[in-house]
Ligand binder design. Structure first.
Ligand code: B12
Length: 442
């Protein structure tokens, strides 16, 4: 019997900010790179399939490995641990492998949990097939980059380098049922589906997890993206695509090809953009990039503006932008008929009340532009692996120290000594989403 590799995306506790679950590209990307003639590859998303059903479907299988993906926050870690406990009990032969954004920054701490056999740091597309082969053949895993395991109860990682890839593997959509993820999005389409066309980010914002990838950036080859756009539009009947790349616009050549492929269909779309991507294309009152994307039916751009204070933007978070440019950027986006969805953070380490007020003033000015815009304010939360995390710890922030404690981490609550419940309440006044009655996430 062929051995099974189960890849599991644990449940996220969705709430007002995140009503929908989307295609879990974390496990789809690594599942796509596993050889199907060697392994029975099964993907499970606990956001769509009950835990009981997952284990029923696995009951008769000979499981080589259960790969579980986790990010920090949203309750995913707690659910991953519960799944691992059941796995250990029902399939003691299966090796339990943790990967994903949380593991990429805290591999050692992840592996300290008794339920975890291997922690994979970095991208899984190449490391997971190599690990599966070693587990099956009993060969040492020491040459595989980013693999942490226990040797005589001590955590070891002979090849500490983070796992990278030479190229992004095309997605094998037969591993999931993409139709299950087609959702209503009030600013894109009533048949919206998510997509990831790149991984990583070349910017180095001090609060962002992407820093831990060493600012590497990978594009999915445009021929594969074009193939998937055709699948979405022609076979799945999708009306809009929500690109969830950290920054969709980094590689202008690839991006241009994707945009022209999108224009061939009656598709609306949304993506994330860095303010400098807009500025760099602005000439006087016109903007070449915005012009071309608006013509291809881009309906919304998500942009982290972060702060209205230049000291915060440049000395604290390394955003490399100027607050005074934000009104021009927002005006330009609005002029091309695109909804600007702007996010901000307050409560950075060392941020003064005056600096926080500047952010709120900026938000007010943006709304006065009388354009279709959304604003969303978050309280800054120290995320492990980011430059600001260390600074926060130095200022008295006490970080969780094991997987169980991380599982209670709540992104929407004040958890640093310098923020409070008042701030939690105040930021809500500056959060405005278009069509609030029809819930959706950014
Ligand atoms: C889509 C998304 C979501 C979706 C959930 C996913 C879904 N399918 O529904 C929604 C919108 C619900 C969401 C919510 C949140 N999210 Co989110 N989200 C993303 C986003 C934009 C894309 C995820 C994705 O598909 N990436 C593409 C895949 C291919 O990359 P990947 O997950 O890193 O996977 C690679 C490796 O990590 C590794 N890997 C992954 N899993 C595994 C498993 C194994 C076994 C192995 C070996 C390897 C491996 O290999 C993969 C291929 O290279 C990312 C940012 C980004 N662009 O990645 C943020 C991101 C994952 N989210 C993040 C966060 C913090 C959240 C929130 C907790 C807070 C928030 N931002 O509001 C909330 C939780 C909600 C709540 N209730 O509190 C952070 C996580 C940081 C961290 N340290 O964990 C990210 C990275 C954004 C950021 N830059 O800060 N999110």
């Amino acid at each position: 019997m062929m051995k099974t590799i189960a890849l599991i995306y644990p449940k996220i506790f969705f709430e007002d900010n995140y009503p929908c679950s989307w295609i879990p590209f974390s496990i789809l990307s690594i599942g796509s790179s596993l050889p199907k003639d060697k392994y029975d590859v099964c993907l499970f998303d606990e956001n769509c399939t009950e835990r009981e059903t997952i284990f029923e479907r696995l009951s008769n299988k000979d499981i080589l490995m259960a790969g579980i993906s986790i990010m920090t926050g949203g309750g995913q870690i707690g659910n991953a641990l519960e799944i691992s406990e059941i796995m250990r009990c029902e399939h003691p032969e299966a090796k339990i492998v943790f990967g994903g954004p949380h593991v990429n920054v805290l591999p050692e701490q992840t592996l300290e949990n008794a339920l975890v056999d291997y922690a994979v740091c970095g991208m899984g597309q190449e490391s997971i097939p190599a690990l599966a082969e070693c587990i099956e053949s009993g060969k040492p895993v020491d040459d595989i980059p980013g693999i942490y395991y226990k040797k005589d109860r001590t955590v070891v990682c002979p090849s500490k380098e983070r796992a990278c890839v030479s190229t992004l593997t095309p997605y094998d959509f037969s591993l999931i049922d993409p139709k299950m993820y087609i959702k209503f999005d009030s600013t894109i389409s009533d048949k919206t589906l998510n997509y990831i066309a790149s991984q990583g980010c070349p910017y180095g914002c001090g609060f962002c997890y992407e820093c831990s990838y060493g600012r590497k950036y990978y594009n999915m080859r445009s021929e594969f993206v074009k193939r998937d756009i055709a699948l979405y539009a022609e076979e799945l009947g999708v009306g809009g695509i929500k690109f969830y790349d950290a920054d969709f616009f980094v590689n202008s050549a690839v991006c241009g090809e994707i945009i022209s492929a999108l224009s061939e269909y009656d598709l609306r779309w949304a993506a994330s953009i860095h303010p400098n991507d807009v500025l760099r294309n602005q000439t006087g009152a016109s903007n070449a990039l915005l012009n071309s994307i608006s013509k291809s039916n881009c309906t919304r751009l998500l942009m982290g503006m972060e702060s209205g204070s230049n000291r915060i933007l440049n000395e604290v978070i390394n955003k490399k932008t100027k607050a005074e440019d934000y009104l021009l950027i927002a005006k330009s986006i609005a002029e091309y008929g695109i909804i600007g969805s702007y996010t901000f953070m307050v409560g950075f380490p060392g941020e003064t009340d005056d600096e926080i007020d500047r952010t709120f003033e900026l938000i007010q000015q943006l709304h006065e532009l009388d354009a279709m815009i959304e604003t969303k304010v978050h309280i800054y939360l120290p995320y492990p692996g980011t430059p600001l995390f260390k600074q926060s710890v130095a200022l008295g922030y006490k970080s969780p120290e094991c997987l169980e404690d991380w599982s209670k981490y709540n992104y929407y609550k004040s958890i640093t000594p310098w923020t409070d419940v008042q701030m939690e309440k105040k930021i809500l006044k500056y959060t405005y989403m278009i069509d609030k009655n029809k819930r959706r996430d950014v």
